[in-house]
Design a protein around this ligand. Structure first.
Ligand SMILES: *Cc1c(COP(=O)(O)O)cnc(C)c1O
Length: 434
């Protein structure tokens, strides 16, 4: 549903929006980096590395203290015994992605988990061997699918089908994705897309895509790195087969933080599914008896390899508590308003220019996007605009050849920051003309 709010291009309006914002107190729960001048920066890079929640330090300190006082006994004693540390994260994680608690587990890094999932769910035959992915997928995801095709003796050119937008367009149309799935039909074994594309900010219609994949006998798995903590998902109900994500972008769990995995219960409870096994995935009842024969735990936890990295998981736990308190649906409601305001101000700015200064390539429809807008600058030297706003306290992200990615996030960004950002962009454009 599009909102019908009447935005205004004034500071008073932005301040009023902040005043009535039910989530406004959450900003105080984060450390906001300062500019060289000592002012809070306009941090629109939560899609790349989320800010540090202030409760992270105490959560990590608690585990440092447990280690200090208990040594190895910390595995079974203390408030959060490390032996079952991942259990303390699973309810909040399941809520975030629309899963049952046993369908999720937190472990490893994102690309590692993608490989674990591809090992189990990309099991091609000579005929049914193809994987669909976006042409502008995140590089790591493309390397991952290429390498799995090669492990099975195929060339990427033969096994990988890349989805490209229509000429003159930047995003993929759902109808085109569905048509490709149907066309490839019984040669297709897996659809593996970013959920929200990292470059365009497009949120794909997972439900429709998953259904189409299943109809031709293929599976559907997703990289939710740019979706988790950003958009509302119902991975279980949409019958997604598997998903992976990282925790350091919108999930604010720290650089290189632990990754999350979703395995639908229809696979998670099937011990016959081949997997790369490790002792931490073994049935918890017998794990420390070190049985010779691996017996996987039920659910996503059966894909664990190593004992839990408790310190980064403690940071993640702290952050998940903030999300649980705010609630994903409420965050998305504010996020739609915040990003909608940014879009409104950018349109307004463009209208004041003789020729539009930029073009937002992210979809306009709220259901097709999250926080991020990707701004394609029309100027030859768009980088100069980016450098100008960066010098004036904006933290955003530049992508060659000409895209500025900005993500105002509802947990800690404000409407007034969006207003200030648009003003700076206006100044940057004026300074290029002057
Ligand atoms: C951020 C991101 C990654 C990064 O992978 P790591 O293994 O965490 O370094 C991979 N894929 C996508 C789609 C991403 O957005």
């Amino acid at each position: 549903m599009q909102t019908t709010i009447h935005y205004q291009n004034t500071r008073e309006f932005a301040q009023e929006m902040d005043r009535v914002d039910h989530l406004k107190s959450f900003r105080d729960r984060f450390h906001i980096p300062l500019t060289d001048a000592g002012k809070p920066s306009i941090y629109f890079c939560g899609n790349s590395l989320g800010l540090q929640p202030k409760n992270v330090r105490s959560h990590i300190e608690e585990e440092l203290l447990a280690w200090e006082k208990l040594g190895v006994e910390g595995h079974f004693e203390g408030r959060y015994p490390w032996f079952k540390y991942h259990h303390f994260l699973k309810d909040a994680t399941a809520q975030l992605v629309g899963a049952k608690p046993d369908e999720v587990v937190v472990m490893n890094g994102l690309t590692v988990n993608l490989h674990l999932m591809l090992t189990s769910f990309y099991r091609p035959t000579t005929k049914r061997r193809k994987i669909i992915i976006e042409a502008d997928a995140f590089p790591s995801d493309k390397y991952a699918v290429d390498s799995h095709a090669q492990l099975h003796g195929f060339t990427p050119a033969d096994a990988i089908v890349e989805l490209t937008p229509r000429a003159g367009e930047h995003c993929l149309r759902t109808e085109d994705i569905l048509e490709t799935i149907t066309e490839i039909g019984d040669e297709l074994t897996l659809v593996m897309l970013g959920t929200v594309n990292y470059y365009t900010g497009q949120y794909f219609d997972l439900q429709a895509i998953t259904k189409a994949a299943h109809e031709v006998g293929a599976l559907a798995g997703y990289d939710c790195a740019h979706a988790v903590g950003n958009v509302v998902m119902e991975l279980h109900d949409w019958e997604v087969d598997f998903a992976v994500w990282c925790s350091y972008k919108y999930l604010n769990s720290g650089p290189g933080g632990v990754s999350g995995v979703f395995v639908h219960e229809k696979h998670g409870n099937n011990p016959e599914i081949p997997r790369l096994a490790g002792w931490w995935g073994n049935d918890e009842a017998t794990r420390f008896e070190m049985p010779r024969q691996f017996v996987p735990q039920q659910g996503a936890a059966g894909w664990q390899l190593s004992n839990a990295p408790v310190l980064p998981m403690a940071a993640h736990k702290a952050s998940l508590e903030v999300f649980a308190e705010a609630g994903m649906k409420a965050l998305r409601r504010k996020g739609d308003l915040l990003t909608g305001y940014l879009e409104f101000l950018l349109d307004d700015l463009n209208q004041q220019c003789e020729v539009p200064a930029f073009h937002v390539i992210t979809p306009k429809s709220l259901k097709d996007r999250g926080c991020q807008l990707s701004i394609l600058t029309q100027e030859k030297n768009g980088k100069a605009i980016f450098d100008y706003i960066s010098k004036h306290g904006v933290v955003a992200d530049w992508r060659n050849p000409n895209v500025i990615r900005v993500a105002p996030v509802p947990l800690y960004n404000t409407f007034e920051e969006v207003f200030d950002f648009a003003r700076l962009l206006q100044e940057a454009i004026a300074s290029r003309k002057g």
